[in-house]
Design a protein around this ligand. Structure first.
Ligand code: ACO
Length: 217
């Protein structure tokens, strides 16, 4: 992919280090404020470790911004994932015990382990979409769908055999189904509880579960 691809009136650009700050500003307004895991446990703001993790994907050339002129209208943060991903996430969650990002990672580790994409698809690596956000004033124009399609092309170009994602939102899950992603696993939020049986992450309706999807590239 060249650095900018035309797509109707929206262009897709591979995010560079110079774009990181404005990408994060966009994600704060149009992703974190609604993303079900983020709003499902206090405080409302993401942890700095969460933001740092998302931005750590930028050097891989696997994060895209959808631009309308200079304005960011959508973004996808994705990066490589290896077969030891679940193990790595469990370790990180243990290291970050007592923090919001640690709690979220603990859930994502279970999601990763249960989806088991590496064994089921016999692939050595995957491109994983961690975060997808569309400008809240521009929803329903299939911008998210177009970013995910562009990400699939980018992943194919970089030699990834599959694109995976954990849809924490009913809206992103519907979007993946329209793009013919295959459902690998579903995990209800009610299943993630502490030793006393108290639910650890409580997203608002209509979000009830995480659905993990895969697309062969
Ligand atoms: N709230 C209410 N309705 C919505 C929302 C929303 N958050 N998102 C989409 N819709 C509606 C649209 O209006 C549209 O309705 P229509 O068919 O009647 O026109 C329909 O759902 C389909 O919309 P799309 O065009 O497919 O979705 P869009 O590209 O606008 O945005 C996205 C989808 C990216 C998930 C968006 O909802 C968003 O940015 N949410 C906030 C962050 C988030 O939760 N991201 C997903 C987390 S999972 C992950 O990141 C892998």
């Amino acid at each position: 992919m060249s650095s900018i691809l035309p797509f109707d009136d929206v262009e897709f650009k591979v995010v560079t280090a110079e774009d990181s700050e404005r990408l994060m500003q966009f994600l704060h307004v149009h992703y974190y404020r609604e993303e079900p895991l983020t709003i499902g446990c206090p405080p409302p703001e993401p942890d700095a470790e969460d933001e740092a993790f998302l931005l750590s994907n930028v050097p891989h050339g696997t994060c895209l911004m959808a631009l309308c002129g200079e304005r960011i209208v959508g973004a996808a943060v994705a990066g490589p994932k290896m077969p030891d991903e679940a193990e790595h996430q469990f370790e990180e969650a243990a290291r970050l015990t007592g923090t919001k990002w640690g709690r979220i990672l603990g859930f994502l580790a279970i999601v990763e382990r249960d989806a088991n994409v590496f064994q089921r698809f016999n692939v050595p690596k995957a491109l994983h979409l961690h975060a997808l956000g569309v400008d809240a004033t521009l929803r329903g124009r299939r911008i998210g769908e177009r970013i995910v399609s562009a990400l699939g092309s980018r992943g194919r170009e970089l030699g990834y055999p599959v694109l995976t994602t954990d849809c924490t939102s009913v809206y992103s899950a519907r979007l993946m189904e329209r793009l013919n992603f295959q459902l690998l696993n579903t995990l209800p939020y009610t299943s993630y509880v502490d030793a006393a049986g108290v639910q650890l992450i409580k997203p608002p309706a209509p979000h009830e579960q995480v659905k993990t999807y895969v697309l062969r590239l």
